[in-house]
Design a protein around this ligand. Structure first.
Ligand code: FUC
Length: 786
């Protein structure tokens, strides 16, 4: 039976359904489910688990294959699977450059150099900002909702996410029948898979529907099939240009399957597999001619030919290929036997080193599940979002957040997961070349503080956020870092043109500041921080000089390695020598602006620590190389304070790890692992949810154990007393090395280095150094002794 459901009707039905579920699950009285008989902890230590279904979205468990994602609630009366597809964003291809920007910029520059910052801000606002002023948001597909028969009492309930298999599992007993429900999203077969089983025959019964707030219809074209078909929404005057489909099919073993309105009903089955595929018509940032109907039909057809066990085995094998590269043991206490939400609640009170290891592996799990070769990069929420207009649009904020998402990729041995970032930069270098030309009359390419699915690159939101031309350059530098970890000529050939384009933009737009000494960016800002003169817009903020210095240096190095662009190298070197240096201000701090304004800035504890970029993730400033500047970094960090929200704490944590202050770093990690900053499902709270803090925290734990930014591999540089004994296998260091470490009573026992290509490494442990030569494909060890 085919039944068309309007968007409103579907949404209303969805709301009623969710309300009913909420009522059944949580209302005391008639329909309240009594949870009795506590389930034991799962056997696999790297598992998130709970004794109650999720009520809030931030309690639900994320699964994903980089492209397709779901949040699993694990209810008993009903299951809610909130679905995402990584190309379902609002709008369509657009170019937001303000046509008046180029004419206005000379006057803006002049106002800035005259110190008339508020006027400069106003002119940027009136004539330079993008049209529209906002970029397109990332959106949810909708929900798959499964309603089960009433149960008054449930025994031995457990809901879990096994990070090692990437399978979410809900299990419980009702009336002497044990039910098990497994959910995963296969990177191999490109479908979401739900498997329902029971330990007695003919016990499985449910009704499944799909609901969405998108402009879509839900129909049941076959007795076992549901089809959601819709279009995305327009936003800020940019019309929606995408079509999308989600297609669901039910495969029952035994029992009866029938369509009932726009739902499928199953009675008396022994076991059931549900497959869900979703796709949009997005092909690339300038092409929306894809065929979502063909894509979902093909994915379902291919997956439907395989028995459930094969689908599961293929999924687990592909997940483990990446996930199992790193093993981390920081020690285990009794606390590790308790449910995850209780451990987060108590982390500051009782020793629970395994929770930090779980947080590290969860970060790796999230990267594998939200960013794989061929998918979109992980956005502000990875791929998980239940809204049409999520906080900050769920976009790519490139003045810290997107960069932080990829901070763990190299060191935590998931380099492939950074491929979507490489592609994003390549695409931005095309849209950003238009922006460079039409806004600035410059060569090369630029992107400001934000981008979206359509690779918009003009300044948005307002002068204090958007008027920052350095976001693209920072992204390009992450690709250089990718090369440093695996120095491969093919990677260099891909990355070099992107660096060169970013560098050309600055060669053309840097201007001499009024004293005639320095070449600076103007207009720009120190991300999102106001200086004392009523604006953020300024000339030559420290972070810009740091990023441009790194950019010129790596472009010169890349050109030298490739033996190209001799003239350009010379021009870049000359310009680099005129960039303002890192300077120490009157308070002993690292100066945030060209002049020493720091002590007068209105927000002394601002969440951004942009000018500390030079210390982390960059290595322009190092503990042993530039000790005075490193001391100034410390002073700035003291003023900024340890506590902020999610990602801002994670950045501080990485900085303290680089300062090699183990106990301070651990204290900040403890602040990150509190309920105010880590939700029960371990998602990072930058209230609400933002995934960057998870990734930043993961990188920081690696930085505490091993650092490789100075040309040496430093072993256990910030090992806190809370982790006296432990081991790690499979971290990666710059130069193409894999590193295993084992330590006891706070002292290194053994380091093992591996290298596919072979190489020479200089190791540092405490005050000792040692050179090791690793033969290609072999390993070499050191016990850390003289
Ligand atoms: C930056 C931050 C905000 C938020 C946003 C997505 O602009 O300053 O706190 O994280 O990105």
């Amino acid at each position: 039976m085919i039944l068309a459901v309007t968007r409103q009707a579907a949404f209303r039905a969805h709301q009623v359904f969710v309300l009913c579920l909420a009522g059944i699950l949580h209302a005391p009285g008639l329909f309240a489910i009594d949870f009795t008989g506590e389930a034991a902890p799962p056997e696999q230590a790297f598992t998130l688990w709970y004794r109650r279904p999720a009520e809030q979205w931030t309690e639900a468990l994320p699964v994903g294959n980089g492209r397709l994602g779901a949040m699993v609630f694990g209810g008993v009366a009903g299951e809610r699977l909130q679905i995402n597809e990584d190309t379902l964003w609002a709008g369509g291809p657009y170019d937001p450059v303000n046509p008046g920007a180029r004419a206005a910029l000379p006057q803006v520059r002049q106002l800035v150099f005259q110190g008339r910052y508020k006027e400069a801000d106003q002119l940027v606002s009136a004539a330079v900002m993008a049209r529209p002023l906002k970029q397109m948001p990332y959106q949810t597909v909708g929900d798959v909702l499964i309603a089960f028969p009433e149960a008054a009492s449930v025994e031995g309930y457990r809901r879990e996410l096994d990070l090692d298999t990437a399978v979410a599992r809900t299990s419980y007993t009702v009336a002497a029948t044990r039910f098990v429900r497994e959910v995963f999203v296969s990177p191999v077969h490109q479908v979401l898979v739900v498997r329902l089983t029971a330990d007695r025959p003919r016990q499985i019964a449910f009704t499944v529907t799909m609901a969405t707030a998108q402009q879509a219809t839900v129909t049941a074209p076959e007795r076992d099939t549901l089809l959601m078909s819709g279009v995305n929404t327009g936003y800020m005057g940019v019309p929606g240009a995408l079509r999308f489909q989600a297609r669901l099919r039910v495969f029952a073993e035994g029992g009866e399957v029938s369509a009932l309105g726009a739902s499928v009903n199953v009675q008396r089955a022994d076991a059931v597999t549900i497959l869900v595929a979703a796709a949009t018509s997005y092909r690339s940032y300038d092409d929306v001619s894809g065929d979502p109907a063909a894509l979902v039909a093909a994915a379902l057809e291919t997956a439907a030919r395989r028995p459930f066990e094969d689908l599961r085995a293929a999924h687990v094998a592909e997940h483990q290929r990446l996930f199992r590269r790193v093993a981390l043991d920081l020690g285990t206490t009794d606390a590790a036997r308790r449910p995850t939400d209780e451990r987060i609640r108590d982390f500051a009170r009782a020793p629970d080193p395994q929770l930090a290891a779980l947080y590290f592996q969860f970060g790796r799990y999230l990267l594998v599940s939200s960013s794989r070769p061929g998918t979109q990069p992980a956005n502000l929420q990875g791929i998980w979002n239940d809204k049409l207009d999520p906080p900050w649009g769920g976009k790519y904020t490139i003045n810290i957040n997107t960069q932080m998402n990829y901070w763990p990729a190299e060191v935590a041995n998931l380099a492939e997961c950074a491929e979507p970032l490489l592609r994003l930069v390549r695409e931005l270098s095309v849209t950003g070349a238009r922006t460079a030309q039409s806004m600035y009359g410059a060569r090369g390419w630029t992107a400001h503080h934000n981008t979206d699915l359509w690779r918009a690159s003009a300044p948005i939101d307002g002068p204090a956020w958007g008027m920052w031309p350095t976001g693209g350059a920072w992204l390009a530098l992450q690709l250089w870092e990718h090369y440093e970890y695996a120095p491969d000529p093919e990677v260099l050939a891909q990355v070099y043109p992107l660096l060169k384009g970013a560098a050309l933009f600055f060669l053309d737009t840097l201007v001499v500041e009024p004293t005639g000494r320095w070449l600076v960016t103007n207009p720009s800002l120190s991300p999102e921080n106001q200086h004392p003169f009523g604006a953020a817009v300024c000339a030559g903020p420290t972070m810009d000089a740091q990023i441009v210095r790194d950019l010129f240096s790596s472009t010169i190095r890349g050109a030298t390695l490739l033996g190209v662009d001799g003239d350009l190298r010379a021009r870049l070197a000359a310009a680099r020598s005129r960039l303002p240096p890192n300077r120490i201000g009157a308070q002993g701090q690292l100066q945030e602006w060209l002049e020493d304004w720091d002590a007068q800035a209105p927000e002394q504890q601002h969440r951004h620590v942009s000018h500390l970029y030079g210390f982390f993730p960059s290595s322009q400033i190092t503990l042993r190389g530039t000790p005075e500047l490193a001391a100034a970094v410390r002073k700035t960090l003291e003023t900024r304070g340890d506590l902020s929200t999610g990602w801002a704490i994670a950045w501080r944590l990485n900085l303290w790890a680089r300062l090699q202050d183990a106990e301070r770093a651990y204290r900040i990690l403890s602040a990150l692992l509190q309920p105010t900053r880590t939700y029960p499902n371990m998602f990072d709270a930058h209230p609400p949810f933002q995934i960057d803090g998870n990734f930043g925290g993961t990188r920081a734990i690696a930085e505490m154990l091993m650092q490789s930014h100075t040309g040496e591999i430093e072993l256990l540089p910030a090992l806190p007393s809370a982790w006296p004994t432990g081991s790690v296998r499979g971290l990666r260091a710059r130069g193409g090395f894999e590193v295993d470490l084992a330590w006891t009573a706070g002292r290194l026992e053994k380091v093992t280095l591996r290298s596919a290509a072979g190489g020479r490494a200089r190791l540092r442990y405490a005050d000792r150094t040692r050179e090791l030569v690793v033969a290609p494909g072999r390993e070499t060890a050191w016990d850390g002794r003289p």
